[in-house]
Design a protein around this ligand. Structure first.
Ligand SMILES: [Zn+2]
Length: 206
C-alpha cells in the first residue's frame, strides 16, 4: 500500500485542497468537502478535474431557525448550501396558508418532511446555573425542537441534524438526541464544523 498526494483547487472558492490517498491503484473519483466553503466536491485524478458534486438522492427537511433580521445572512448561507447536499429546506414563513397558526404549520412541516434541520443562532443572554452568562436561541425554536423530536424522530424514525452557533445553549434534546455540531458567525460568512456536512453527505448518499 502506498500513499499518493492529490492537490487541486475548489471550483467554487478556489481553496487549495490536499488529499493523501492510501491506494493500490489510481481511483476514478475522490469525494471530499471543501474545508473553506463546504461545497461537496469530486476530484477525478485521471482527468485532473474537480467538480461540485451533485446529489441525485433528494430529501426534504423542516428547518427550525430564527426569523430575526440579523439572522438572515447566516440563513441565506445555510439553505443553498444544504441544497447542494440534496436537502431541500422548508420554513413555516413560506407556508402560504393563512390558516392554521404557526404551531399547526410546524407540526405539518415536521410530519411531511424526511428529516429535521436545526439552525440555532443567538437571540438573548441568560444566566446559566453556574452564574455565568450564556446565549439562547428564540424560545420558539426549543419548542419546535421538542415537537420535531417527538413527532419526527420518536414517532416517525426521522433524523435530526443541528448546527448551533458557538455559546448558544443547544437544549436537552439536541445535546443528547440529535446530530449536533457548532458554527461561528464571521463577517459575512459562517465558519462551521465540517462534521455537520459529513453527516449530511452520508445521509443523502452519493
Ligand atoms: Zn470551496
Amino acid at each position: 500500500m502506498s500513499v499518493t498526494r492529490y492537490e487541486f483547487n475548489c471550483p467554487n472558492c478556489n481553496q487549495h485542497i490536499i488529499i493523501d490517498h492510501i491506494q493500490t491503484f489510481t481511483p476514478l473519483e475522490i469525494q471530499t468537502i471543501c474545508n473553506q466553503c463546504y461545497f461537496p466536491l469530486s476530484f477525478y485524478p485521471q482527468q485532473n478535474e474537480t467538480k461540485i458534486r451533485a446529489k441525485t438522492k433528494r430529501k426534504t427537511a423542516f428547518l427550525i431557525h430564527s426569523a430575526k433580521d440579523n439572522d438572515k445572512y447566516p440563513l441565506d448561507w445555510f439553505r443553498p448550501l444544504v441544497e447542494l447536499y440534496g436537502v431541500s429546506t422548508r420554513i413555516i414563513e413560506e407556508d402560504a396558508r393563512t390558516q392554521p397558526d404557526w404551531l399547526q404549520k410546524s407540526i405539518d412541516g415536521i410530519k411531511s418532511s424526511d428529516c429535521t434541520l436545526v439552525f440555532l443562532t443567538k437571540r438573548y443572554k441568560y444566566y446559566k446555573k453556574d452564574g455565568t452568562l450564556g446565549w439562547k436561541a428564540p424560545d420558539k425554536c426549543y419548542n419546535e425542537i421538542a415537537m420535531a423530536f417527538a413527532l419526527g424522530t420518536v414517532l416517525g424514525g426521522k433524523q435530526m441534524f443541528a448546527l448551533v452557533e458557538n455559546d448558544v445553549d443547544p437544549g436537552n434534546v439536541l445535546e443528547a438526541r440529535a446530530w449536533c455540531y457548532r458554527m461561528e458567525r464571521q463577517d459575512k460568512t459562517v465558519k462551521s464544523d465540517m462534521k455537520f456536512f459529513d453527516k449530511l453527505d452520508k445521509y443523502t448518499g452519493v
